[in-house]
Structure formats: C-alpha cells, structure tokens
Write a protein that binds this ligand. Sequence first.
Ligand code: ATP
Length: 214
Amino acid sequence: MIGVLGGTFDPIHFGHLRPALELYELLGLEELRFVPCHIPPHRGTPAVSAEHRLTMVERAIVGVSGFQVDPREILRPGPSYTVDTLLEVRREVGPGLPLVLLMGADAFAGLPSWYRWREILGLANLVVAQRPGDAARPSATWLDAASVVDSPTALRARASGKVLFQPVTQLDISATRIRACLSAGRSARYLLPDDVCEYIAEHALYHHENEESE
Ligand code: ATP
C-alpha cells in the first residue's frame, strides 16, 4: 500500500512527521509520499515559495526509509487539487494497488469543500489522524457507515473506498504557530527538525513583519 500525505508544509514540523511515521509503520506502507502543494485552493498563499517548502520537506525526511518527496503538484500549473494528484498516482500504480490518503481530522472536516471530492474515495482509501482539539472520530453525514473500517488489515484489503480513523501521538504543533513564533523573533527549535530550522535561518524565512499570525 502506498501512502500520500499532502500539505502546505509551510514549514514541515514534528506534528506532520511523527504521525506520518506512526501511520507508515502501523499501516505497513511500502512508501509514504509527501506531496507539497503548489497553490492551495482552500487557503491563502503560502508564506514562502513552493521551492523552499519542497526543500524543507526533503531535509526533514532525508534518510528515512520509505519516506519520499513527490514534487508533482509543484510541477503542475494551476491550483493543486488532490483529486488530480490521486488520478495521476492511480494511473501510475494501476487499478489494484491499495492507495491511502493520510490527513488530519481538521482536513477531513473540510473535505466536502474540496474540488471533485466525491471522486477521492474512488481513487484511494483515507486514514484520518486525530489532531489535538479534534474529535477522535469526526462526524461526517456524507460518510456511509459501511465504508468505515476498524483496522489497517481491512484497509489493505481494498484498493480504495475505505476510511480508517486512527489515533496517533497528539502533538499540538501547527505551521501557523511556528510562523508566528519566527516572525516575532522567537526560536522554533524542538517544534521541527534541526535541519529545517537551519534552512529557515540560512534563508531568513518567515521573518517578515507582515507575517500571518494565529
Ligand atoms: P497551518 O498551521 O499553516 O494550517 P498545518 O500545520 O496544519 O499548517 P498543513 O501543511 O496544512 O499543516 O497540514 C498537512 C496535513 O497534516 C493536514 O492533513 C493536517 O491535518 C495534518 N497535520 C498538520 N499538523 C498536524 C498535527 N499537529 N497533528 C496531526 N496532523 C497534522
């Protein structure tokens, strides 16, 4: 089974990385692809360029077995729609291989606002990681009870169409808070990998006075 974790990664932090590793192991993934978005359709323009965000993801996962960066959304012009990414990945891996889209419960709650969102479950399974402050099992009126599974084994048995709600280590870290911290001149150390902190310092990222805050 191949996993896809999309995000703005502005910047990537331990709240992405630790749950990603736990899900990689728990689901027995062959590969987990981090897919930084280019132009997010549902939120403001990222604070730093797609190239910087991509490089920070590369730095964060270098040497981690099974973790890969997939730059396809950055190479694709126009808004970064998850459905397009999954259509491409599905075409590449063939119809039978189980695919899983990983997301936090906050992203899952907003799913019905995503472009052609109903097609997503036809292309991949979903694993929803609980995020601090979110319900372990968010309600979703659109979700048919028969689509919900309660184990990684049940998920692996299907190429797409199943949803697993999975508790992970709760790390109350968000990129928004990290940007606010850096823009106020404070350190973000221990919220994200040292290599990423160093990259941010080298390139003086997130230090603008007009930085978005929480
Ligand atoms: P921002 O604060 O800018 O909204 P973010 O930290 O939420 O950023 P994104 O890059 O938008 O990061 O998130 C990518 C994915 O990672 C989403 O599915 C999101 O739900 C999930 N995620 C982000 N932070 C956490 C966390 N602390 N715990 C679990 N999942 C998380």
